[in-house]
Design a protein around this ligand. Structure first.
Ligand code: FES
Ligand code: FE
Length: 454
């Protein structure tokens, strides 16, 4: 239940004081404040849908993995009926962690403290010494199970939320569903994780990475300059790759750069959609899979996939999405698919969790190549992520200074181009050179949720 009174911090600062809607500025203080962190846990991480993993990480009944929804730890399980469950990893008896390992398989989750036992769907089985009823008679067994979150398996991606009565997953994606369906629901076999995620912890606030995922294009030109200088992306001039279309809705966003310019040698310009798909299938797709794409996607989505496919962006609040083409020295093009979840570990730490994915039905050779190149570029020690993860701790550190915290982050580069008349997709559409609009929309979503009182 939301009321109309926005929360305030203990020094009297209101959320509205931290984000300046007229001038599109956000006070740096938001990157370090412990009070704001607690509010974010209640108002964002307990309210929105959050990405937790990929279905093939727990393929069999009894499989489980431990993940986080903000500060809460959860057990993601596969029960006997094949369903995916997301259970709070807090024993209803006295609050012990029920699952103390990272992942595994078990038909029963037994708490190591006093022995209460639970099924993979969270149901309470019983406590030791059955005839003595050590769990008492006051509450029925049906009320002693592990707390269950609401779950959505989207394509093969597992999302969950504690907001049991809140928006459906489709409403959460809103207009962006049109674009994400092109990536996550394009094939019959679906995407699979190529192994467990990589993880590393940074001394940074999660929002430094979260807002960058909302299509920060500017930083590519400077922070990732080597992509042009050494890797010869854009034939050495990265500026050209910053033109295109950016789309956003509900705080989510994707960059959709045109491909014909980038792959001039393929001569895509005058070709039909069919021919373009054959010449340059979307990242991670083989020619054999094209009939599946054509069956599952609308003509408008196919049109975009060959002209300006969604390649990088994010799902609010903390997921980075990358479906990128990586040209190889031998003239071939390898598709790399990666998801990064930026999991808060307090106001000044973030766990960078990184999955590589591939279509289930492509060859092992293609999966291995994609994984190898993906790790090199977007892995936790990859060339691109080393650049990004260097800046986030500095910004978070500055936000702790008594003067630095008063500084602002500015999002004042505003798109002034009308959307392309032939753009077939929904959402806010920004045309031309990359600007700050999609990131500002990310902050507007943050502001909306943080201003609500639960
Ligand atoms: Fe889990 Fe007591 S805390 S059984
Ligand atoms: Fe980057």
């Amino acid at each position: 239940m939301l009321t109309k009174t926005p929360p305030s911090l203990s020094d009297g600062t209101r959320i509205d004081d931290l984000i300046h809607l007229q001038t599109r500025e956000v006070q740096l203080r938001v990157l370090a404040d412990p009070e704001l962190h607690r509010l974010e846990m209640d108002r964002i991480f307990s309210q929105t849908w959050l990405f937790l993993g990929v279905a093939n990480e727990i393929p069999n009944p009894g499989d489980f993995m431990v993940r986080s929804m903000g500060d809460d730890q959860v057990i993601v399980t596969r029960s006997r009926d094949g369903e995916v469950n997301v259970l709070l990893n807090v024993c209803p008896h006295r609050g012990m962690r029920v699952c103390t390992t990272e992942a595994g398989n078990t038909p029963v989750h037994k708490c190591i403290y006093h022995g209460w036992a639970f099924r993979p769907n969270g149901d309470f089985i019983g406590s030791p010494v059955e005839k003595e009823q050590m769990h008492g008679h006051i509450l029925p067994k049906s009320e002693l199970g592990l707390r269950r979150a609401r779950v959505k398996v989207y394509g093969t991606l597992i999302f969950a939320t504690w907001n049991l009565e809140g928006p459906s997953f489709d409403d959460f994606l809103g207009d962006m569903k049109f674009y994400y369906d092109m990536l996550f629901c394009r094939s019959d076999g679906g995407l699979e994780a190529l192994g467990p995620p990589q993880k590393f912890t940074l001394h940074a606030n999660w929002k430094t990475a979260g807002e960058q995922s909302a299509c920060d294009g500017f930083h590519t030109l400077t922070l990732h300059r080597w992509l042009g200088d050494f890797a010869k992306f854009g034939d050495g001039d990265l500026t050209t790759s910053m033109y295109g279309t950016e789309v956003s809705a509900n705080g989510h966003s994707m960059r959709c750069p045109p491909v014909a310019q980038k792959f001039k040698k393929l001569g895509l310009e005058d070709k039909s959609i069919e021919e373009k798909l054959e010449l340059l299938p979307p990242p991670g797709v083989t020619k054999e899979m094209l009939p599946e794409l054509k069956r599952r996607l609308s003509p408008e989505q196919l049109h975009l996939l060959v002209e300006s496919p969604p390649q990088v962006g994010g799902i609010f609040p903390n997921l980075m999405v990358a479906f990128i083409y990586v040209p190889q020295p031998d003239g071939t093009v390898v598709g790399v698919t990666s998801l990064h979840a930026y999991v808060p570990r307090g106001p000044d730490k973030v766990e960078f969790t990184n999955w590589f994915l591939a279509e289930r039905d492509v060859s092992m050779e293609m999966k291995q190549k994609s994984l190898q190149i993906g790790i090199r570029m977007l892995g936790t020690s990859g060339q691109i992520e080393q650049d990004d993860s260097d800046t986030w701790p500095h910004m978070s550190r500055n936000a702790r200074g008594p003067q630095g915290r008063l500084s602002t982050m500015k999002y004042q580069a505003v798109c002034d181009q009308p959307p392309r008349p032939d753009w077939p997709g929904p959402g806010h559409v920004y045309e031309g050179f990359t600007k700050d609009d999609t990131q500002w929309n990310w902050w507007l979503k943050w502001h909306e949720l943080m201003s609500a009182t639960i």
